[in-house]
Design a binder for this molecule. Structure first.
Ligand code: HEM
Length: 128
């Protein structure tokens, strides 16, 4: 596999696991992100595992999510939740902070932040 994929640069499976663990820990505890926390199940372990599997493929590594669940159809799967720009920004706040906390280098963080923002913005389904 190409050494320069985001998957390799983030530290492969272990790097993604650390990131999603911190991401949901932040979502669970930051007072500013409780609106999106409330949209999720009480137990975050399934969301965590699904995000881990999705990101593995999304970052250029093994397509774990697609192998297990088929095409992600992410926008459609998010339609049951009212996602406005504030919800998007809460999601981004957790991800940006999680990337810092797990020690992803600044250059990679910048690239990933832009890519995450595009995807998060695409999930918006409610006017402000
Ligand atoms: C824009 C703000 C977002 C909000 C508010 C949001 C919220 C949610 C919620 C509530 C669920 C269901 C979890 C549960 O049932 O406990 C979910 C599932 C999921 N989200 Fe998001 N999400 C957002 C953005 C994103 C982004 C940007 C990605 C990918 C980079 C993503 C990837 C996923 C995946 C892979 C699942 C699992 C889908 C499945 O059920 O198979 N989400 N999200």
């Amino acid at each position: 596999m190409n050494d320069n994929t985001h998957y390799q640069r983030i530290g492969s499976e272990a790097g993604i696991r650390a990131l999603v663990e911190r991401f949901y820990e932040l979502m669970d505890t930051l007072p500013e992100t409780q609106t999106i926390r409330q949209m999720h199940a009480k137990d975050l372990r399934i969301s965590q595992e699904k995000l881990f599997m999705f990101l593995s493929g999304w970052l250029g590594g093994p397509q774990l999510y697609t192998e297990k669940y088929g095409h992600p159809r992410l926008r459609q799967r998010h339609l049951p939740f009212a996602i406005d720009s504030s919800a998007r920004d809460q999601w981004m706040q957790c991800m940006v902070q999680a990337m810092k906390d797990v020690g992803i280098e600044p250059e990679l963080r910048k690239e990933l932040e832009a890519a995450f923002f595009k995807t998060a913005d695409f999930m918006r389904n409610k006017a402000d």
